[in-house]
Design a protein around this ligand. Structure first.
Ligand code: ATP
Ligand code: MG
Length: 610
């Protein structure tokens, strides 16, 4: 899909409007038809009162006089007033039909536009880098994709085409009014810019209040969303009361902001009403004066008043359009933020090298924020192709970060070292290709609310069920699945809530194994399984991953002691590196942790024997 930067709000709107322009064109056409048709009936009524009922001759345009002659002339019409009634009904039906077509085309235009908008947004969001997602709240993004899109739809379908309709109506009505009485038209017309100017000034002033309301709503949905996602933690820590009060506080603030906005809006509508009544009063007084004077006929006066009444609402509407202009403007701006966020991009001529090669971390330093603490500090090591490397280290020492960098989920800034596959810098490799070749079992596996087998084959849908079974077997998951009533068709619930922590981890392992990538990373992926299952998984893995490069992050030394090389991380640096035997011999951190864990497991065994 073609992507470009949107310099202004109009750019973004036009980009989306383009695809629905024929529907909007039809809508505008019928909107104009409605405005024109609406002007006819007051004319017929004025003519009837003055000429057919009274005796004042009316000025009628040529096509109208032809029409009157076709009907048999004025005399016949005077005798058959029902014909005039029929004409009024006919015009009203035409007007209703045009209004129906206007609404229909307008809705089709807006709905197709909004569909395209949602598709494009979702598509774009899935291409945004991991780092973007870690700083933008899910609730807020969802709100932008729903409420803001809805706001823009409202604006386009209800306001914008109406704006044109209203403009045509105002122009035509003023013209007709001018024809009746230029002086009276001046009186009525004087108020139009006043009302429009007033609403424009008002909505300019309250624009920021709309922005505040929107962002407070975003915060509110973020809190709700986070709480629903973390419902277990909230319950487990008895934080319901705290979370409830946090929500209530935000909700109260948000409501307060809305009330403030509504107060302002009410003030606007009330004062607008006042101006409209003053206008009506002036027209009535001055019009009556002219009528009494004899310079305005009764029919013309009725016709004029009808036009004037016809204008009141559209002119007031203009204020609403302007109100929605600022609201829609803010919504468009919020979508522009998403659409202008840089997608994850590959360098031109990116490569797709074979991953059965050494992986080298070459003086890699990293911090998540520009001025933040160094999470990794000059880390260098090589993982030989086909070997197994274990990474051990205290929590927060940067182990997961190393793997995120390898997967290019976060980019390494220029000058902060590089990661090589063979001789190729990963910056020059297609991101897609890296992720296809480096299989990650993340520290916190995420499962979709689908069946177990769908979850296992999530990135390899084309593979048959036998592959799912095989992968589950290696991950030591098959035994557990046999106990499930629906086997592999068991529904795992939202984020896998119906599975145990260990089962979830093993599902994630199976998910990766089915893809058989040349590089496999297990980020603390065996932490939730018992030592025996851990050993079984590793044995099965050894069998099936002979030429695979394996990176094993663990806190349990027994998980990684058989690795060809073990790296011990400490505060973002490599503290020690070597084989299990070498490190034990050395008597450093690794040896200490090993002793400690051995003692604990001996104590555990003794306890169990007693
Ligand atoms: P553990 O054994 O607990 O999994 P780890 O060694 O994997 O720890 P990392 O997850 O790499 O540790 O985190 C290293 C440091 O980076 C931590 O201090 C953490 O606070 C910080 N960190 C991690 N992710 C982010 C992030 N997205 N933004 C900012 N800081 C982060
Ligand atoms: Mg980690």
């Amino acid at each position: 899909m073609e992507k470009k930067k949107f310099e202004t709000k109009a750019d973004l709107l036009l980009y989306f409007v383009k695809g629905s322009k024929r529907w909007f064109a039809l809508a505008v056409l019928f909107a104009c038809a409605v405005s024109l048709l609406e002007l006819i009936n007051p004319k017929i009524i004025g003519y009837t009162v003055d000429t057919l009922i009274g005796d004042t001759p009316s000025r009628v345009s040529l096509p109208v006089s032809v029409l009157i002659n076709v009907c048999g002339g004025e005399a016949v019409l005077k005798e058959n007033l029902w014909m005039v009634g029929a004409a009024v009904v006919f015009v009203a039906v035409l007007s209703a039909l045009s209004r129906f077509l206007f609404r229909m085309f307008n809705s089709i235009g807006a709905e197709t536009l909004v569909k395209r908008m949602r598709d494009t947004l979702f598509d774009h969001i899935t291409r945004l880098p991991f780092s973007w997602h870690s700083v933008n709240h899910t609730g807020d993004i969802i709100q932008r994709c729903t409420s803001d899109v809805e706001q823009i739809k409202m604006f386009l379908s209800e306001q914008l085409t109406s704006l044109l309709r209203v403009a045509v109506l105002i122009a035509m009505a003023l013209f007709s009014m001018y024809n009746i009485s230029p002086q009276l038209m001046m009186v009525s017309g004087f108020f139009i810019p006043v009302i429009i100017g007033y609403s424009f000034w008002f909505h300019k002033k309250i624009g920021s209040q709309f922005g505040i309301v929107d962002s407070e709503e975003g915060k509110l949905s973020s809190i709700a969303q986070e709480n629903l996602t973390g419902v277990r933690v909230v319950r487990a820590f008895g934080r319901e009361k705290y979370e409830r009060s946090r929500f209530e506080k935000q909700n109260a603030y948000y409501t307060g902001m809305w009330i403030r906005l509504m107060q302002l809006m009410s003030a606007f509508w009330a004062s607008g009403d006042l101006i409209s009544y003053v206008q009506l009063l002036c027209v009535l007084v001055f019009g009556s004066y002219l009528a009494v004077n004899g310079s305005l006929s009764a029919g013309s006066f009725i016709e004029f008043i009808t036009y004037n009444a016809m204008l009141t609402w559209p002119v007031r509407m203009l204020g609403r359009v302007i109100a929605n202009l600022s609201k829609a403007g803010i919504s468009i701006e919020r979508l522009r933020y998403i659409m202008n966020s840089e997608e994850e991009k590959d360098l031109p001529d990116s490569l797709t090298p074979d991953f059965h090669q050494d992986i080298t971390f070459d003086h890699v330093s990293y911090s998540y924020t520009e001025d933040g603490a160094k999470i990794l500090d000059d880390v260098s090591f090589t993982v030989k192709a086909g070997s197994t490397v274990g990474i051990l280290g205290s929590t927060g020492s940067g182990k997961s970060t190393l793997m995120y960098l390898l997967d290019r989920l976060y980019p390494i800034a220029e000058g902060n070292g590089r990661i090589l596959i063979g001789d190729t810098d990963i910056r020059n490799i297609k991101a897609d290709w890296i992720r296809r070749n480096v299989g990650m079992v993340l520290q916190e596996p995420f499962l979709f609310s689908r069946t177990l087998s769908e979850n296992i084959s999530i990135a390899s849908e084309s593979k048959g069920i036998e592959h799912v079974h095989k992968a589950a077997e290696i991950a030591q998951l098959s035994e557990a699945v046999d106990h499930f009533k629906d086997g592999y068709d068991t529904f795992v619930g939202e984020r896998g809530v119906t599975l145990s922590g260990g089962q979830k981890q093993r599902t994630a392992i199976a998910q990766m194994l089915i893809r058989k990538p040349p590089v496999m990373v297990f980020d603390d992926s065996l932490s939730a399984v018992d030592a025996e299952t851990d050993a079984k998984i590793r044995a099965a893995l050894n069998e099936s991953t002979k030429d695979t490069t394996v990176i094993l992050i663990a806190h349990r030394i027994t998980t990684l002691m058989h690795a060809d090389q073990i790296i011990v991380m400490d505060k973002g640096r490599i503290a020690e590196m070597g084989s299990h035997e070498e490190l034990v011999e050395k008597g450093g951190i690794y040896a200490k942790i090993y002793d400690l864990q051995m003692q604990q497991s001996n104590v555990g065994e003794e306890d169990a024997n007693e």
